[in-house]
Write a protein that binds this ligand. Sequence first.
Ligand code: MG
Length: 373
Amino acid sequence: MTHHDQTIVGFALWHLQLPVNARRDHGIGSVEHVVDIVVLRLTAEDGTHGFGEASPWVVFTGSAEATFAALDRYLRPLVMGRAIGDHAAIMADAQYAVAHCTKAKAALDTALYDMRARIAGVPVWALLGGRFRGRIPLSCSIADPDFEKDLQLMARLREDGVRIIKLKTGFKGHAFDILRLERLCTDFPEFDIRVDYNQGLHPDVALACLRDVAGFKPTFMEQPVKAHLHDVMARIRASIDVPLLADESIFGPEDMARATRIADGVSVKIMKTGGLARAQTVARMAAAQGLSAYGGDMFEAGLAHLAGTHMIAATPEITLGCEFYQATYFLTEDILATPFPVVNGHVIVPNEPGLGVEINTEALNRYAVSVSP
Ligand code: MG
């Protein structure tokens, strides 16, 4: 029996609630106390495991409960007993087995890559076209409604060598956004500052607010208005010189036909595309149209960060860095057995087989609110 002929004999799920150390406010909602994630563990005939994480956010991609059900009830039958070499066929079936639920499909795709790469003895990036980069500049989000706490975080980031931040705006009024921008630009001039509204502006005031913010010359301004307001995005893009990034307005390759009309760049997330290869497709379609691509994330643990890290390592078109900060700066405890690899403001791409870091299964059981073995 070759590696590829091995069948998948195990499909275990954990819905976790992981404690966090701060509050995070965004234009469409807040996160406080815990983040909900779903972890999938596949098992091959020889006992090799592959892990994947779904990182839902209820106001962005849907709920953890729906994600758990999508995997448990609708995707499990597509996977059990299939050959691991049929990865693309499994994902093609998954695409239409349940509508939406992109983060459930991202977890499945990640677990298949992790398992195949472990069996082959190579890192996941080797299955995604090979390595383009071995380290990725890290951005951390500034999103605490208590700005004094974020100033303490800024001091820690500077000490750690981080040089990119994304200021979350549009949740507590324009004056608060301008006050924070002024303070950050004055006290932390060495930082590359980006701004993300997470759909928080009403179209009536969006242009006036963004003109003020553009005066601070951020590297980009992200998703100022609701996801479906494509014409408003297009008008903003035509009126302001600072690059406009689309996040909630672009999920997968199917959305890219509108990309050049509404934005100068795209936030690429495996939780939106429903998988690693589909994320690479979005980045390549963006680059082919002259758009930039950024490595975004959701409220993730280190397992999802790793999947995104291997994807970006093998995707030259993602040039604006990544925001895999939660495992290091937001979670009270991660689910990885060793820390998510961040050194001097950069994520370090693992070279070990699979995703390259082991899972702390004791933490999975400790933080589980539901389990399906
Ligand atoms: Mg965003």
